[in-house]
Design a protein around this ligand. Structure first.
Ligand code: HEM
Length: 415
């Protein structure tokens, strides 16, 4: 049996929080191994990165998700009782419900609403002095995803709900007030959405045909039961919250256009170049650092023992930056995707493997579509300037964002 390299410190939680996105990768480089063990939140944990590791991690015979996610993540980011923590037939049933929302027609409708709203906002951005792109996109996406999902939202509520949806995303890796804000935001958001599910079910506000609200409110499990109202709220929030979180990837795309201005011209009217650009944004910029699972039954892999119940973390960021998979991984080079089929275990910002049978992100196609539309809007629908500001990304801060949220000035409509 090979010896798995091990961190010497009794617990590495603080080291993880301090190192951020590079925690696993730095140790893998130091140990000369894509697998090592450590302790995080006092629990023994095996850390993995790379393509073979991702292939292993998404083998549902060997890993389960029940109890894999730390409680602090469930209480803020994901909620409790949602698809992320299910296994086997229960997971397949719930995932099929969510995937049934992601039809090409529905994705196009969301995209159309997004484009319409973007264009409608430009006059207000022209009139405003500086515009903070992250804040504007957060509100824009909240309006758009609620309209698309069939969730009624008065204009007076947009700010409040955007703050709540953002707070859940910000909270998991933090301690102190930002974590508490995330806890409170989740409680309020679940109460809000559970009320909407009630009104949909009783017929007080019938949900639009095909909407996420209708699909989730009316879903019946294999035994013919409706989802409990709180779980239905968790699943609807699993659609709303991450769609709003696409604002981070769009800010990164705008940052990449700023840092690599030659791509502004290339992506204009060229769908293939836009696709390459968006894929490179998803690879290069930091979003979720890791995914977590738990060993279902003891097994050996590449000479290493995985005992039953052991928590395993797959390094998403580190796999997207693995030097054996990506030549010059620290360079932003969209052309690396030219003429290439994307491997489901190599580019894994939203998880790997299969969307239906595994835990790969249900909203990956939505994300790519919204990002492509955003890149087109940023390059073809408007002109703007990026004044001097602090745009440095701190990889120790999870989730990462440029400190200013990307300030734009002199926004002008061009189309
Ligand atoms: C903002 C960009 C997004 C990123 C970076 C992202 C990332 C991820 C990651 C890393 C996972 C976990 C994979 C795993 O556990 O193995 C995940 C799962 C999930 N995502 Fe996303 N996501 C994004 C957008 C979306 C959108 C737009 C939706 C829905 C409209 C969505 C819905 C989900 C759901 C429901 C799951 C749970 C899937 C399951 O457990 O089977 N995500 N996402």
């Amino acid at each position: 049996m090979a010896t798995m390299p091990a961190d010497r410190s009794p617990d590495s939680t603080l080291a993880f929080l301090r190192a951020g996105y590079r925690f696993i990768g730095e140790r893998c480089d130091r140990y000369g191994s894509d697998i090592f063990q450590t302790r995080i939140l006092l629990a023994p944990t095996i850390c993995l990165r790379g393509r073979p590791a991702a292939t292993l991690f998404y083998d549902a015979e060997r890993f389960q998700r029940r109890a894999a996610m730390p409680l602090r993540v469930q209480r803020t980011l994901t909620g409790r009782g949602g698809v992320q923590g299910l296994d086997g037939s229960e997971h397949r049933d719930r995932k099929a419900m969510l995937m049934s929302i992601m039809t090409p027609v529905a994705i196009r409708q969301l995209g159309q609403l997004f484009d319409d709203e973007w264009r409608a906002r430009i006059p207000a951005w022209e009139a405003a002095a500086p515009v903070t792109l992250y804040d504007e996109l957060g509100r824009l996406l909240t309006r758009v995803v609620c309209a698309w999902a069939g969730v009624p939202l008065a204009e007076s509520q947009v700010d409040r709900r955007t703050v709540e949806l953002h707070a859940m995303i910000e909270a998991p890796a933090l301690v102190g007030p930002r974590h508490w804000r995330g806890l409170l935001a989740r409680r309020r958001a679940e109460r809000w959405i559970a009320g909407i599910v009630d009104r949909a079910r009783t017929g007080i506000s019938p949900p639009p045909a095909g909407s996420a609200l209708k699909v989730i409110a009316e879903h019946r499990d294999a035994r013919g039961r409706l989802l409990p109202r709180r779980i239905a709220a968790v699943e609807l929030l699993n659609v709303l919250r991450p769609t709003v979180a696409v604002d981070r990837f769009i800010v990164f795309a705008a940052l990449a256009l700023h840092d690599h201005p030659a791509w502004r011209q290339r992506v204009r009217d060229d769908d293939a170049a836009t696709e390459q650009f968006v894929q490179e944004v998803r690879r290069y910029y930091p979003f979720f650092p890791t995914a977590a699972a738990q060993v279902r039954r003891s097994f050996d892999w590449q000479g290493h023992h995985f005992p039953r119940g052991r928590r395993v973390l797959l390094d998403l960021y580190g796999t997207n930056h693995h030097p054996a998979l990506w030549p010059e991984p620290e360079l932003f080079r969209p052309e690396r995707f030219a003429g290439r089929t994307v491997d489901p275990f190599q580019l894994i910002p939203q998880g790997g493997g299969d969307h239906w049978t595994g835990h790969r992100c249900a909203g990956e196609w939505i994300t790519i579509d919204l990002m492509k539309r955003a890149v087109t809007n940023l390059t073809s629908a408007m002109r703007y300037e990026v004044p001097p500001q602090d745009l440095a990304l701190d990889l120790r801060r999870m989730p990462a964002l440029p400190p200013t949220g990307l300030t734009l000035t002199n926004v002008r409509r061009t189309a």
